[in-house]
Every structure is written in C-alpha cells, then in structure tokens.
Design a protein around this ligand. Structure first.
Ligand SMILES: [Zn+2]
Length: 171
C-alpha cells in the first residue's frame, strides 16, 4: 500500500476523535518562515508556542522568495500577525550542492532544461543566508516596518536557536 493510502486509512479512524472546537477562525499572532526539513516539524513546541498562534511558512532552505513574501503579506496584513521569525538551521540539505551542480545533474538525468525554477537558493553559510532573507523581507514595501523581523539558526543537534543580527553582529 502506498503511504498516501495508509494515511487515508489512518485519517478515517483518527478523525473519529476530531475536536469540533478546533474549527475556530484563525487568529495567529506570529509568522514563522522555516525549512521543510522534518527536523523542524515540531518547531512550535520547541519555542513553546501554541499551534493556533503561528502562521507556519515552510520551504526548502528557508527562502524569502516570491511565494514566502506573498504569504507574509497575507499573514501580517490580513490575518494580523505582529512579528516575523525567519528560522534557518544547521545541516540544511541546501548547503550540500550549488544551484549549478544540481541543475547539471537534473539536466543529465532528464535530458531537459526547463525555464523554471529560476533558482534553487542553495547556500554556503546559514548565518549569511539568514541575513539575506531578513533583508529581502525587511525591504518589501508591503510588509509594515512596524512588524519586527528577526532571524535565527536552529541547531538540529541541540534544539537551540541562535539569533542572527542584520548588521552581522554576534551579541
Ligand atoms: Zn533545511
């Protein structure tokens, strides 16, 4: 059986215990952009935040790309989140190749050279990358300057965050 079929079978049973109180209008307080890596899946718990308080935006490599910006604008402007955390992490898969290496590998595997994605956003330094993503979000005219944007690197070996400051300071 495929994993999806197993998940559907499990859902049919698990949904029997569904709490109807969960169906409240969302009122998140904070937006978090982080990596799709499964080691970050319980990041709300690691931060002591209630799931209902968080708009979670995840993609490979914690990138502030067009889609993440779209979600941040909707989250802050329409849903009312008041702060933004950008959480990169140690040992990210996006540290293990360059965009051109991956493109070359995929071209060889498939014999195709499509026009998208324009970039994979691989990186070599998590702190530097986090700083760049913070700058991208901060410079967007539709994200209010009143919304704090803070960046962090999550250590997958300890579960601890270290803050990345926009000016490169380590405080
Ligand atoms: Zn990652």
């Amino acid at each position: 059986m495929s994993i999806i079929d197993e998940a559907l079978r499990a859902n049919a049973t698990i949904a029997n215990d569904f709490d109807p109180a969960r169906d409240k209008p969302p009122a998140p307080k904070i937006a978090i952009v982080t990596c799709a890596d499964p080691r970050l899946s319980d990041i709300e718990q690691m931060l002591g935040l209630a799931e209902g308080d968080v708009d979670m935006i995840r993609n490979f490599g914690t990138v502030i790309d067009d889609d993440a910006v779209r979600s941040l604008i909707l989250s802050t402007r329409l849903l009312g989140t008041r702060e933004i955390m950008i959480i990169n992490h140690t040992d990210c898969g996006m540290l293990r190749f360059t965009d051109s290496e991956l493109e070359e590998r995929l071209r060889k595997q498939t014999g195709q050279a499509p026009i998208a994605p324009a970039k994979f956003y691989s990186f070599t330094d998590a702190d530097k990358n986090t700083r760049e993503q913070m700058q991208k979000a901060r410079s967007h005219p539709w994200i209010s300057p009143e919304v704090p944007i803070r960046g962090f690197v999550y250590d997958v070996k300890t579960g601890r965050l270290s803050e990345v400051f926009p000016d490169g300071d380590t405080r």
